[in-house]
Design a protein around this ligand. Structure first.
Ligand code: NAP
Length: 251
């Protein structure tokens, strides 16, 4: 299938490794010109160097305005206006006591999981509308369907962003822009290994708890992302797609 994104400009946030890097690589493999962003100049340049024609940008998803606008302007100057925006970043801290987080921690999580991504979306959608084509995709979590007990900050704020995306999707649907969300379950990245303590422990727990019997791969996740960012996916908007090997039971 021709995904129709050759020559499109894609900006992927949180892309120095893991799911973001996987999505950036997959979009580039389909011919998109890719801008990767993360907090570290060294890490993002190293990541961009692994993708032909890609460019790295320093951007912290939780940075206040006008950081997002500045990033979109810089990418437009270097590569052209952003056609495909993937919002992604790190997850907030875990903790087994859902009542044990401070107000500052709640606010920081809100900034990185809702406000920062929304700044990027607002900055990108304006020019997508002018050009009559755009793809916006958020990397979220299966926790929005089934809150994970030790991840109350993540579960709560990601649900908020999903509600915003569903609302915005309707508002921009007639402008050729789709706005979707991917819900990873347990995909094999550094974050999952950190959460479980080791690759072996993650694999063993995955075999027990995930119907597919294993962790997902970054490539499997990136394939779903790339399709949602494609031209043939033009009638899919306002949706949230689980990529979790059957883990989530909610209907
Ligand atoms: N992997 C899974 O199965 C899974 C499941 C559910 C949800 N998620 C969520 O999906 C997102 C990506 O997960 P992952 O597994 O790919 O994690 P990862 O392997 O740890 O990668 C995280 C990426 O985000 C960047 N990043 C972290 N904080 C950032 C910030 N404030 N601003 C900009 N970039 C930031 C990191 O780069 P720098 O350090 O260079 O900034 C890195 O490139 C996370 O929010 C995670 O919670 C993942």
């Amino acid at each position: 299938m021709d995904l129709g994104i050759a020559g499109k400009v894609a900006l992927v946030a949180g892309a120095s490794k893991g799911l973001g890097f996987g999505i950036a690589s997959a979009l580039a493999a389909e011919g998109a010109t890719v801008a990767l962003a993360s907090r570290s100049r060294e890490r993002i340049d190293a990541a961009a160097a692994r993708i032909d024609g890609a460019r790295g940008y320093v951007h912290d998803t939780s940075a206040p305005a006008p950081a997002a606008r500045d990033l979109l302007d810089a990418v437009a100057r270097d590569l052209g206006p952003v056609d495909i925006l993937v919002v992604n970043g790190g997850g907030p801290p875990a903790g087994s006591d859902a009542l044990g987080f401070t107000t500052e921690q709640w606010e920081a999580a809100y900034r990185s999981l809702v406000l920062g991504p929304m700044d990027l979306v607002q900055a990108a959608v304006r020019s997508m509308r002018e050009r009559g084509w755009g793809r916006v995709l958020a990397v979220s979590s299966s926790a929005v369907r089934e809150p994970i007990p030790n991840l109350v900050l993540s579960s709560s704020h990601r649900a908020g962003l999903l509600a915003a995306f569903t609302t915005i999707a309707r508002q921009v649907a007639a402008d050729g822009i789709t706005v979707n969300t991917l819900l990873p379950g347990r995909i094999a990245t550094d974050r999952i290994v950190e959460n479980y303590g080791s690759v072996e422990r993650a694999a063993a727990l995955a075999a027990d708890e995930i119907p597919a019997g294993r962790l997902g791969t970054v490539e499997e996740f990136a394939a779903a992302a790339t399709f949602l960012c494609s031209t043939p996916a033009s009638y899919i908007t306002g949706t949230a797609l689980l990529v979790d090997g059957g883990l989530t039971r909610s209907i």
